[in-house]
Design a binder for this molecule. Structure first.
Ligand SMILES: *Cc1c(COP(=O)(O)O)cnc(C)c1O
Length: 453
């Protein structure tokens, strides 16, 4: 009999609640604070920007389990449960005794995990009488997920896409438009923030910072319009917990429990999604699973950042958040092709790192692509360059097991596929990419701009 490779849940086995690790954390994160007064913010202070229910979830340290609304669950069932797969071919290619499993979040039509939170945020917005949603997007995965979710719930979506990404990755704009979203390159002349930026620098090619500023301005100046965010915030990790909760059931079907859980790390949503449901057993039941977040060497906030109150965006419009940061003005080198460019880590993960409950690793760019290509050639899926950071970290752990002979059980999250990122693969195959390590001076210089609290 051949070995079982895929572990599939039936529709009625999909979890019906999300897991909120805030309720179980031994030390809660520090509160977000107002940049002017430095006073802690309550959910009421955020509700003019985000859907109210998301604001409440953001600061909920009480309820470990939150019901997934019926209508969101129904939409989840279009593409969930996602498969858990034993990566036998990858194990063989590495020659490791480790058992490698991956949770495949690339199987939905949008191609990444981001849809899990987009559906929830649009549902709550709709419930609250909102008619329009807006957001920023860089490479475009979040914008694509939000555009789809908005169309599902009958909302109008306006997406500000970083101008340079819009030019370099035209297909994601096409995807957003196909779902009916209005896509604007940022900086644009459609907002005051955009006009100011263009007046100062007519050739500005945009950044997540400019796009956030424009989307927040649109949300706060348009009636019935809310802003949404695809990562970093606690409520986003909450919605993503569906990944780990399913994986927990599927690992049980495989008769195993992970010794190590690995995910790539941009702002922390797919990491939190797969890791937190397992981490609850470390907190509550004395399990000893190791949790590894894989970030690019060229944007190393987890391993080389400082724990500080910093802005969530480049322009300094957001509340101050307690996080590991390399400074809100940080820009990864142009040569960096693998995504995960955000300067800070979410509040929950930052606290967990302080408490030694998880740790980060840095992956050089070339190792990332090498890992992605090995995965493609063994498992037949071309991973998103972001996800390849998790694959590279998994391969490192699996190689350690060759020396020790340990049959470690390693679970990683495949956060998305790379079929719209083939330009980056071409660059790698043509030899046009290189490694880039940030200098200590550069990090220190950026950290100087972090506000004093
Ligand atoms: C956005 C994205 C990430 C990074 O975001 P996190 O919030 O850290 O998960 C990783 N992988 C894919 C495929 C993405 O689209």
């Amino acid at each position: 009999m051949s070995k079982q490779k895929k572990f599939i849940l039936q529709e009625n086995e999909i979890p019906t609640q999300w897991y909120n690790i805030l309720a179980d954390m031994p030390n809660k994160p520090l509160p977000p604070i107002h940049p002017g007064t430095h006073q802690p913010l309550g959910w009421e202070d955020l509700a003019h920007i985000f859907p109210t229910e998301c604001c409440k979830q953001e600061l909920d340290t009480e309820h470990a389990w939150i019901d997934i609304p019926e209508e969101v669950l129904e939409k989840y069932k279009y593409y969930r449960a996602t498969p858990l797969v034993r990566a036998y071919a990858l194990e063989k290619a590495i020659g490791t005794p480790a058992h490698i499993y991956f949770k495949n979040e690339s199987t939905n039509p949008l191609g990444s995990h981001k849809i899990n939170s987009a559906l929830a945020q649009c549902y709550y917005a709709k419930q609250e009488g909102t008619t329009n949603v807006t957001t920023e997007t860089g490479a475009g995965q979040w914008g694509a997920a939000l555009s789809y979710a908005a169309s599902v719930f009958g909302l109008e979506a306006a997406v500000y896409q970083v101008k340079i990404s819009m030019l370099q990755k035209p297909y994601r704009s096409s995807i957003m438009r196909t779902f009916g979203a209005a896509v604007t390159g940022s900086p644009s002349m459609s907002t005051r923030a955009g006009k100011d930026i263009i007046t100062k620098n007519p050739n500005h090619m945009g950044s997540l910072g400019t796009a956030i500023s424009e989307a927040v301005e649109l949300a706060t100046t348009t009636p019935n319009c809310k802003y949404t965010l695809g990562s970093v915030l606690n409520h986003v990790a909450l919605h993503q917990s569906i990944i780990g909760l399913e994986a927990e059931k599927q690992m049980a079907m495989a008769g195993e429990y992970p010794d190590t859980v690995i995910a790539c790390f941009g702002g922390g949503s797919n990491f939190g999604g797969i890791a937190f449901p397992f981490m609850r057993h470390n907190i509550l039941d004395g399990k000893k699973t190791e949790f590894i977040a894989a970030e690019p060497e060229s944007c190393p906030k987890l391993t080389r950042g400082k724990f500080e109150y910093d802005f969530g965006d480049e322009a300094g419009y957001t509340p101050l958040l307690p996080m590991f940061t390399i400074g809100h003005n940080f820009k990864p080198a142009n040569i960096h092709a693998g995504g995960l460019r955000y300067h800070g880590a979410g509040m929950i993960v930052s606290q967990l790192i302080k408490d030694n409950m998880m740790h980060g690793v840095d992956i050089p760019q070339l190792e990332t692509f090498e890992a992605g290509i090995l995965f493609a050639r063994t498992e037949g899926i071309i991973p998103a360059p972001e996800s390849s950071h998790a694959i590279a970290a998994t391969i490192r752990e699996a190689k350690k097991c060759i020396e020790t002979g340990e049959e470690k059980v390693i679970l990683f999250n495949l956060s998305g596929h790379g079929l719209i990122d083939m330009t980056a693969y071409d660059q790698y195959i043509n030899g046009d990419l290189m490694n880039y390590q940030v200098s200590d001076e550069e990090i220190a210089k950026n950290l100087k701009d972090v506000p004093q609290v």
